[in-house]
Ligand binder design. Structure first.
Ligand code: BMA
Length: 325
């Protein structure tokens, strides 16, 4: 994984001022990413000085140099949700057929749920609904149906931490016919106690390769006095049955090391939410030699970019295995 030399590629100074709420904002982080009409598009989580959350988009021709669109994303219909919504954040974008789906975490009273919105132009957005009942986050849709069903990875928040916040240590697979009602099929991966990924959650939506579904995920190492270190790793899931993990990185592929990752609103965080692969074959399998760009939030403060190749990520899944591949 190579950090881009222009990192952090987006900081709060890049956010255009939009009165009255977005003036001299505090932070921009945890973007979703997708290719849209030959452009690289990010959906950014922007936080103002009132600790209020906004989503904004940014576009680029090369995936590196982004221009932020000076308007706030609104999901039409979200106002019909009957409960108080505090924050809509951490968007993950998946292209399925002719639509782009945006899965978000939504903070409500004492609970975080998944919400889903749809667009075909990144100008207007329809809110599809709240799509998880239980306390859940880190939802990502697969880019195609498997066995005739829509599929997603999610991360039920099963443990309540001392801070009162909830978190989780397993990524699950759910299926749906309509993207609204989801049934959990099973557990995909658990956190590995004592190692770098004690608690886990999916990162960007999985990428199809001939070796399996390539999943970049985040892992949290819990340390003394609540110091959590957010890192990134990678795994390969079976193409037909993604509850089966074919390989999983023993080592992280990214950990906080640079000053903008170590210091900020939440120190020691790298949080990948978007991955753009340039080249696919005719059956929509990512090519091993293709460039892969991974966008991540750094310290809940700014946006970083990593560059690698699909094949290198696949290799990282097997690295450190005693018996080799
Ligand atoms: C997670 C999410 C992310 C955030 C991370 C570190 O639980 O809230 O949005 O980046 O914590 O604060």
């Amino acid at each position: 994984m190579k950090r881009h030399k222009y990192n952090p590629i987006i900081t709060r100074a890049d956010i255009p001022e939009i009165g009255p709420h977005l003036i001299d904002v505090s932070s921009v982080f945890n973007p979703g990413a997708i290719k849209f009409k030959d452009k690289y598009l990010l959906m950014l989580r922007v936080q103002n000085r009132g600790r209020e959350t906004f989503l904004m988009t940014a576009e680029s021709r090369d995936g590196i140099d982004f221009t932020i669109n000076p308007k706030v994303v609104h999901f039409n219909g979200i106002e019909e949700v009957n409960e108080k919504i505090y924050h809509v954040y951490d968007p993950r974008i998946t292209h399925i057929d002719d639509q782009y789906y945006i899965m978000v975490a939504i903070d409500m009273e004492d609970v975080c749920r998944l919400g889903l919105a749809r667009t075909n132009n990144f100008e207007g957005y329809d809110f599809i609904g709240i799509v998880s009942g239980d306390d859940n986050r880190n939802g990502v849709l697969f880019p195609e149906k498997i066995g005739g069903k829509y599929m997603r990875l999610d991360r039920p928040n099963k443990s309540r931490l001392e801070s009162g916040l909830t978190s989780g240590d397993s990524i699950c697979l759910s299926e749906s016919d309509d993207m609204i009602k989801w049934n959990t099929i099973g557990e995909v991966m658990q956190g590995r106690p004592h190692y770098w990924d004690e608690r886990i959650g999916a990162g960007p939506p999985p990428v199809k390769t001939h070796e399996g579904w390539l999943l970049v995920y985040h892992g949290i190492a819990t340390h003394f006095a609540g110091n959590n270190i957010y890192q990134a790793g990678v795994a390969l899931l079976d193409l037909e049955n993604p509850t089966v993990v074919l390989a999983r990185s023993r080592y992280n592929i990214l950990e906080p090391r640079e000053s903008y990752e170590l210091t900020g609103q939440v120190p020691n965080v790298v949080f990948p939410g978007g991955m753009i692969v340039d080249d696919y074959d005719a059956d929509q399998f990512a090519l091993p030699d293709s460039r892969a760009l991974i966008y991540y939030g750094a310290a809940d403060t700014c946006v970083g970019l990593l560059e690698t190749k699909v094949g290198e990520l696949v290799t990282a899944c097997y690295e450190g295995r005693e018996s080799g591949r």
